[in-house]
Write a protein that binds this ligand. Sequence first.
Ligand code: NAD
Length: 254
Amino acid sequence: RGRLAGKSVIITGAASGIGLGTAELFMEEGAKLVLVDLQPEMLEQAVTRLHDASGECVSVCGDVSEPYTITRAVQRAIETYGKIDVVFNNAGIMPTGPVTEYPDESWDRVMAVNLKSMFMMCKMVIPEMLKQGGGSIVNMSSVMAGLTEPGYTAYTASKAGIIGLTKEIAVSYSEQGIRCNAICPGWVDTEMNRKVAEDMGGMDKLQPLIKRQQPLGRMATVREVGYAVLFLASDESTAVSGSCLYVDGASSAS
Ligand code: NAD
């Protein structure tokens, strides 16, 4: 029962933040999950949490920028559930710095984790989805793909690239039943932003910036982002492909 009843779903970056929040929501909606993350302990805790709530869930620990991790995730889904209906490419990192001082290694790392991993995952799952007659891919972009600030050098470039990749897959495979959409959150209450607040000297210092940039006046919760991903993953959105769904409390409208 549920909006994803019986669907086999791979989620990357699933051990915390938006990935974990979405995994919990998907489980409640009847999905069977493969959780992928780099951090073994947090991943184990996430799996335990889902098992305790009677969820069907297996995990693959690895770096999504390594082709081997992607291969294992796809194999795990096929071995365990016999198919892959949905992929949520969510893992991402955000090292900042001005262009002139930005290390080449950081640029390459951000591009590999945020963008190339999604290309590799799509390349591996599309043949499986074609065999089954369709599927839904949701790629995590950001409102920062289009509305950036100084210092978000590789992050903004990678998130804009994700929108390009998403549209390319949508036009190439929609006729065969494979949909591909991007999700563009604004400020979301996650570990990533708790670190941003810490660097600024506390949440009190970050709050005025959030109020200024996000007319909603607060960060979105991971659950609020999860519901948008759920819509794109489910059969409620079968005519939606190549879209960017903004979950940004009107940031991009202001
Ligand atoms: P988070 O740091 O809480 O979670 C990210 C997860 O990804 C972590 O569990 C981490 O271990 C995992 N991860 C990182 N690098 C990995 C790698 N190479 N291989 C496998 N796993 C890896 O962050 P979050 O805020 O939940 O962000 C999730 C996604 O949402 C990111 O792509 C981020 O850019 C995007 N996003 C976040 C916000 C926000 O405000 N938090 C806004 C827009 C977009």
